[in-house]
Ligand binder design. Structure first.
Ligand SMILES: Cc1ncc(C[n+]2csc(CCOP(=O)(O)OP(=O)(O)O)c2C)c(N)n1
Ligand SMILES: [Mg+2]
Length: 199
């Protein structure tokens, strides 16, 4: 078994950095920790919180990116959630959206359910998988300097981007009050489509 990568980045600092200049980007979160982190960075009508749905975040991001080609779509999810929906990488790679960035907050753990190690703790390389699935841009990020140079790229509609950001094992309290899935969906649709969403 490969030893755990020495990860020093803090997940909330990483997400704050990514979202501080989000503009009109649409953000889909994975479940659990990434959902809370995005909420903690500031609730926003352009956030779609997946809550308990596991394995669907990247696919939701693809659907949105194809439906809204003039908007940048960010998926912010966990390594466990991404591992559950790996086929999404192949579909995104072959669909080739210009405006989709998949951001995996990789703590090498299923932290939400008790800190069990995921496959990335045993050396599975998600960024390499995205590259092999024909993402034109992919990287593993381990330092602040790398993160800083990647943030603008995540907002550039220059082809699908994938980053696995290695973060430490810190856990934070749930920081989001919105739990009603129908409300989250309706709010997101209305912010995106206006009243037409309900015609
Ligand atoms: C289909 C399904 N299986 C299992 C779970 C239970 N579950 C909730 S969160 C989670 C772990 C998520 O791990 P990861 O995406 O890496 O998130 P983090 O480590 O950031 O908490 C699991 C297994 C679930 N919600 N849905
Ligand atoms: Mg994890």
């Amino acid at each position: 078994m490969a030893t755990k990568t020495k990860a020093t980045l803090d997940r909330r600092a990483v997400i704050n950095k990514i979202l501080e200049k989000r503009g009109d980007a649409l953000v889909v979160t994975g479940l659990g920790s990434s959902c809370y982190d995005v909420g903690a960075a500031g609730d926003h009508a352009n956030n779609f919180y997946l809550w308990g749905g596991m394995g669907a975040a990247a696919m939701m991001g693809l659907g949105l990116a194809l439906a809204q080609p003039t908007r940048q779509v960010l998926v912010i999810t966990g390594d466990g959630e991404m591992l559950m929906g790996l086929g999404a990488l192949a579909t995104i790679g072959t669909q080739g959206p210009r405006n989709l960035s998949i951001i995996v907050i990789d703590n090498e753990l299923y932290s939400e359910t008790g800190m069990q190690p995921t496959h990335t703790a045993r050396g599975v390389d998600l960024a390499a998988m995205a590259k092999a699935a024909q993402f034109p841009r992919s990287a593993t990020i381990t330092t602040d300097a790398q993160l800083k140079s990647w943030v603008p790229q995540l907002y550039a509609p220059a082809g699908a981007a994938f980053v696995a950001i290695k973060v430490n094992a810190a856990r934070y309290p749930m920081a989001i009050r919105l739990r009603d899935g129908a409300h989250i969906k309706n709010r997101f649709r209305e912010a995106l489509l206006g009243n037409a969403a309900f015609d």
